[in-house]
Write a protein that binds this ligand. Structure first.
Ligand SMILES: NC(=O)C1=CN([C@@H]2O[C@H](COP(=O)(O)OP(=O)(O)OC[C@H]3O[C@@H](n4cnc5c(N)ncnc54)[C@H](OP(=O)(O)O)[C@@H]3O)[C@@H](O)[C@H]2O)C=CC1
Ligand SMILES: O=C(CO)COP(=O)(O)O
Length: 317
């Protein structure tokens, strides 16, 4: 295990926008960083050799594949594994950190999630994030590793809630992009985001997360960042669709991962399985599948039966 006073040896899996940004932050803290990508010629075994910390900044589709590769290679039990992906595994509905835990059951797993638009951090702007784990000591080590004057790192003991906040807000950012693309105004956007927070919390709590986590940086915080910035790829997807662009064209223009596009239907299937009401995610999935025009989806949401504004989220018995 690395000492807090020494530079740590960190391997980052994934050389996309987020992996490269984390590399910048870690190098500024004088850590020894190796970045692995399937595009590089360096084998995974060599990249993870002697790593104190392995950070996964892969997009969701890469996680089960690379986790299986790492399982086959084996890593020492003291190596800390950090999951920075925001998504859900289709079919099994597992979160990225759950996949890492299955592959590497003896390693401490830490979730990293928050309002972290990579382009802003790369530009040197200040930001904050959350590192969450059932193993508090592991979360604190990652806090020490990454915390700096421009990247403030908080610990949290609810990894599931922390992870789901980042995952679910991607779907909401698509919805808010639609709202802005249709020029529906500030009142509509405020209503959508507020009800979305209730929906995210309801889903998260049903799945076993703590409600308060959704009011923090990894929930509300990330939702505000992603829903209010044209830097967000998920927001841009919704905006483009509302402006009449085809999904394929918007994604080609963006040229990198917009996880909400893949997560929406997975989440709707999961909500259907568990009987969870998820009207906003359902509307987004319908738009993405081309089953409903953006304006029609808004109409459907607005014509739901009037109800009480219930804000207490019940934990399942
Ligand atoms: N960008 C951001 O601001 C933030 C992103 N995130 C999350 O981090 C994750 C990555 O995002 P980001 O870096 O922006 O996305 P990018 O599209 O920029 O990069 C995705 C990375 O995943 C790799 N990858 C995808 N599929 C596979 C696979 N099958 N096997 C191996 N590697 C694979 C890609 O490799 P290749 O280049 O070879 O395709 C690439 O390195 C997402 O879940 C995102 O939601 C979290 C916080 C901030
Ligand atoms: O997760 C992010 C910011 O926290 C990045 O958002 P996008 O994936 O929508 O670009």
């Amino acid at each position: 295990m690395f000492s807090d006073s020494l530079p740590a040896r960190v391997t980052i899996l994934g050389a996309g926008a987020w992996g490269c940004c984390l590399e910048t932050l870690l190098r500024e803290q004088q850590h020894q960083v190796t970045v692995w990508s399937r595009r590089y010629h360096r084998p995974l075994a060599a990249a993870i050799q002697n790593a104190d910390v392995v950070i996964s900044a892969l997009s969701m589709q890469g996680v089960p594949i690379v986790a299986a590769q790492l399982k086959a290679l084996g890593i020492p039990p003291q190596t800390l594994v950090v999951s920075a992906t925001k998504g859900l595994n289709p079919g099994s509905y597992e979160t990225p950190s759950q996949l890492w835990h299955q592959a590497l059951p003896n390693n401490p797993i830490v979730v990293l999630s928050g309002p972290n638009l990579a382009a802003e951090i790369e530009a040197g702007l200040p930001a904050a994030t959350v590192v969450a784990s059932e193993d508090l000591a592991a979360a604190q080590r990652i806090q020490t590793l990454l915390n700096s004057e421009r990247f403030r790192v908080y610990t949290n003991g609810d990894p599931l809630g922390t992870e789901l906040g980042g995952t679910l807000k991607n779907i909401i950012a698509i919805a808010v992009g639609v709202c802005d693309g249709l020029n529906l105004g500030t009142n509509a956007k405020s209503a959508l985001m507020t009800r979305a927070l209730v929906e995210m919390t309801r889903i998260g709590v049903q799945l076993g997360a703590q409600p308060q986590t959704f009011w923090g940086l990894s929930g509300l915080g990330d939702m505000i960042a992603t829903c209010s910035s044209a830097l967000s790829r998920n927001y841009r997807v919704g905006y483009g669709l509302a402006q009449g662009q085809a999904l394929g064209a918007v994604l080609a223009e963006i040229g990198s991962t917009a996880e909400g596009v893949n997560t929406a239907q997975v989440l709707v299937d999961l909500a259907g399985r568990d009987g969870i009401d998820a009207p906003i995610a359902t509307a987004v999935a319908q738009i993405l599948a081309g089953h409903m025009a953006p304006a029609q989806a808004i109409e459907t949401l607005m014509s739901r039966l009037p109800r009480a504004e219930v804000l207490e989220i019940q934990r399942p018995c």
